[in-house]
Design a protein. Sequence first.
Length: 132
Amino acid sequence: PDKTAAIGCVLAALGSIGTCLLEAPLTGLRGLPLITFNLVFSGIGGVLLGSNIFAVFVKLLPKGQEGVFMGINSTVGSLARAIAPAMGVYLFVQVKWWAPYAVGSATYLLMAVLYLAGEQKESASEVGVKLM
């Protein structure tokens, strides 16, 4: 099974976790290598995830239902873009500056676990079909 989307989630999570390790946001030149690392990992992770997520879900849908998924995905994406900034600011102000990044990392890691669990289930069902 293709694990590219899960690898993308883990790389994006590493980028966000790295941001949490900074002492303060953009701490001058000594923070530059870590910030660069974070941006590179987040970017590569986002590309791997974004380019594979549609393919993964389309495989799981009945034929002819791809448009439904695309509509739901668009709606959820719009909702996330509306809610995330307010949630991020709240976490930034009420918890710590790194809290939005920690929540993002946890979300990416949860996505990776769910993706791998779904892939494992799909592989098991394919083996069952081949045995019959």
